[in-house]
Write a protein that binds this ligand. Structure first.
Ligand code: ATP
Length: 516
């Protein structure tokens, strides 16, 4: 995969560029016999190669595998920030949390362990193709397949409002508009904001990189106000895919003007803009938020219950939408990743969704580098810092002081050892997987894991132990182990995703805490 392919990734945009501007400011041929050869190789090749070939040889973060007292004196891990924004006001919470964790800030061209990129960094730094094992970047190359609005919204996933790419699908759109005379439409671009409901005759068909989308009518209203919800999502791995959502809270943004009587000319009635109405200013939510200390999500749920409706039906839809969307784009991202030596990437996104009056959920967009600035709405500081605290812990960026500073003295084995990864013991024994790995049944047996597979399981295990307020949505949670059919569930998955899902299934059989 050459870099020109990556340049063809759907335009790497994300709402946060906008928001920052505006809102707030192999297996070793399955043969045990190869292990001694690998050990021999380990003595002769570079560390980076060892990392790929030899199980147990690598630790993502060297500072978590330091053995001697002298190592304790080594300098703290470092982070750099990349972004073309003129101010860094929108990153104050990122800086605050990393500083609090004991990370030291350095320049982007210095030696860093974490690159926090607000803008898509992969076209600016060729070096990201050859990251060291102890380096991490907060985006996946190719994440534009998810965050590019035109590409995502015209994907024809069932939970997206009907959309037509322009100018290519002009005729299809006109047919649809003719067949659905009561339908309203909005035209959207990757970069442009300020969308507005338009009649089909007012659509600019010549506009490239745009699409026209059916406007979802009958929104669920709170005190008469339309709103959208922002769910924070973290992808920690692709091939195999692992994705999580933040459950500590959800960003609710209300339109400042009541929806009815509907007036297409007054966008404040139906578009959530920069000056949205925050939860604490919505009359019926204020009491729950201010007096009873709820979160944006729990006060909304209290309101829904007050309307004799059941809010619990919303969240499984949200999880399904996010899981399905990410899974649908995984292969595109995997293709881009082929030209990257190490895959030390994670991605924090915000999925914006919308709820109609039947509590049916629709996907609006996925934002790259979600807005984390509380300049406009101070009470959002805590939300952003809690999200970051969870994200960082999940991906292995953890506080280095006080109690957690002990990480400096312990080996990674203290967190994740062979016995924490080994599953399928009966099957491994029944199929003699310690003698030969040439059977599918041996795929998860410890002796049959390649170095990179071992590391995948190690990362999955560490993530599980450090989820804080993150909930795994891929591989999917197992709600009822008895009715869960692993063969059926994995039938349409890629080999690696089926493998990873089976590992979680095995862990879930061992302890219910792993089902979730
Ligand atoms: N098809 C639609 N049907 C109903 N409402 C819509 C539709 N498209 C957009 N909206 C409303 O407009 C808001 C903004 O739309 P969208 O997310 O596509 O634009 P944006 O300018 O990128 O906004 P932001 O990134 O701030 O969320 C949505 O949150 C929703 O309230």
């Amino acid at each position: 995969m050459d870099s020109s392919v990556e340049e063809n990734v759907p335009n790497q945009t994300g709402a946060e560029s906008k928001l920052a501007k505006s809102e707030e400011a192999g297996k070793p041929s399955n043969s045990i016999g190869l292990l001694p050869i690998m050990i021999f190789l380990a003595a002769t090749v570079t560390t980076a190669v060892v990392v790929e070939l030899l199980p147990h040889a690598s630790k993502v973060f060297p500072w978590s595998s330091i053995d001697s007292p002298e190592d304790l004196q080594q300098p703290p891990p470092t982070y750099a920030i990349f972004g073309r924004s003129p101010t860094e006001e929108h990153l104050v919470h990122v800086v605050k949390v990393l500083d609090m964790f004991g990370y030291q800030r350095v320049g982007v061209n210095e030696s860093w362990n974490l690159l926090w990129a607000h803008d898509y960094p992969f076209l600016s730094f060729a070096s990201l193709k050859n990251l060291d094992q102890n380096q991490l970047v907060n985006h996946f190359p190719g994440c534009g397949y998810l965050t590019n609005k035109v590409d995502l919204c015209t994907s024809q996933l069932p939970f997206l409002p009907r959309a037509f790419r322009l100018p290519a699908q002009r005729e299809e759109f006109l047919d649809y508009a003719r067949d659905n005379p009561r339908a309203l439409f909005v035209q959207k671009h990757n970069e442009h904001r300020h969308i507005k409901v338009r009649a089909p005759a007012d659509i600019a068909f010549g506009s490239n990189d745009s699409f026209v989308q059916e406007f979802v009518q009958r929104p669920f209203l709170v005190d008469g106000h339309k709103f959208d919800i922002g769910v924070y999502v973290v992808i920690t791995s692709v091939n195999p895919l692992r994705a999580y959502i933040y459950t500590g809270d959800v960003l609710f943004r209300y339109c400042p003007v009541k929806y009815h009587p509907f007036d297409a000319e007054n966008v404040d009635k139906y578009i959530v803009g920069d000056d949205y109405l925050p939860t604490w200013e919505v009359p019926s939510l204020r009491k729950y938020y201010n007096r009873f200390g709820g979160s944006m999500r729990t006060v909304f749920e209290a309101y829904v219950r007050d309307q004799d409706m059941e809010p619990a039906k919303i969240w499984p839809q949200v999880e399904h939408i996010i899981r399905t969307t990410i899974a649908a784009k995984e292969s595109d991202i995997v293709n881009i990743l082929r030209s990257y030596k190490t895959h030390n990437f994670f991605d924090l996104m915000r999925f914006d969704l919308f709820i109609d009056e039947d509590l049916k959920v629709f996907l609006m967009e996925a934002n790259m580098s979600p807005n984390l600035s509380s300049a406009h709405f101070k009470p959002n500081s805590l939300l952003y810092e809690q999200v970051l605290y969870s994200v960082f812990n999940l991906v292995g960026i953890r506080p280095l002081t006080a109690a957690s500073g002990t990480l400096f003295g312990e080996s990674n084995e203290m967190i994740t050892a062979d016995k924490n990864l080994a599953t399928d013991l009966n099957r491994c024994a029944a199929y003699d997987c310690d003698k030969s790995c040439n059977k599918e049944e041996c795929d998860l047996c410890l002796q049959c894991l390649s170095g990179s597979e071992y590391k995948m399981l190690q990362n999955a295990h560490e993530e599980h132990l450090h989820r804080i307020d993150m909930k795994r949505i891929f591989p999917q949670q197992i709600h009822d182990l008895k009715s869960f059919n692993i063969m059926e569930e994995t039938a349409n998955m890629t080999k690696k995703n089926a493998w990873m899902t089976r590992w979680f299934y095995n862990k879930c059989q061992f302890d219910a805490a792993w089902c979730n």
